[in-house]
Design a protein around this ligand. Structure first.
Ligand code: RET
Length: 133
C-alpha cells in the first residue's frame, strides 16, 4: 500500500493562478501566493491523514479519515465552507469538496519519488509536483 507520510517540497506548479482565480482569491494574495514554494508534511496512519501545507506567507492544515465527510473551513484560502470527503481510487487519494464552487477537489498520488497534486475548481486544473525533503 502507498504511504504518503513525509515532508515534501514543491518543485513545480502549473496553473496555480487559474485555480486561485477560480476560487476568487484576490489579486494581492495571488501575486504573493504564486511565488511561494510550499512544503507539505503528511502524516498517514491507516486511513487517518493530516496534511500541513506550510509557506512563508500562509499555511493550511487539514485532517480527515477516508470515507468520513467533514466540514472544511478553507481558512486562509477562500474561506468557503465545504462538505468534504476523501476516498481511495486505487492508490490515489481523491478529495471532493462540495460547496458553492462546482467541480472542486483534489487528487494526490505518488509516482517514483514524486508526490503529485492536482487541484480542481470549476474549469481550472492546477498540477503540482513535490519531492521528498
Ligand atoms: C497557500 C498560500 C495562500 C494562498 C493559497 C494557498 C493555497 C493552498 C492550497 C492548499 C491545498 C491543500 C491541500 C491539502 C491536501 O493535500 C499556499 C496556503 C491559495 C491550495 C490540497
Amino acid at each position: 500500500p502507498v504511504d504518503f507520510s513525509g515532508t515534501w517540497n514543491l518543485v513545480c506548479s502549473d496553473n496555480f493562478e487559474g485555480y486561485m482565480l477560480a476560487l476568487g482569491i484576490d489579486f494581492a494574495t495571488r501575486k504573493i501566493a504564486k511565488r511561494l514554494k510550499p512544503q507539505k508534511v503528511i502524516e498517514q496512519e491507516g486511513d487517518s491523514f493530516s496534511i500541513q501545507t506550510t509557506s512563508a506567507f500562509r499555511s493550511y492544515f487539514v485532517q480527515f479519515k477516508i470515507g468520513e465527510e467533514f466540514e472544511e473551513d478553507n481558512k486562509g484560502l477562500d474561506h468557503r465552507k465545504c462538505k468534504t470527503v476523501v476516498t481511495w481510487d486505487n492508490d490515489k487519494l481523491v478529495c471532493v469538496q462540495t460547496g458553492d464552487k462546482k467541480n472542486r477537489g483534489w487528487t494526490h498520488w505518488i509516482e517514483g519519488d514524486q508526490l503529485y497534486l492536482e487541484l480542481c475548481c470549476e474549469e481550472q486544473v492546477c498540477t503540482q509536483i513535490y519531492k521528498r525533503a
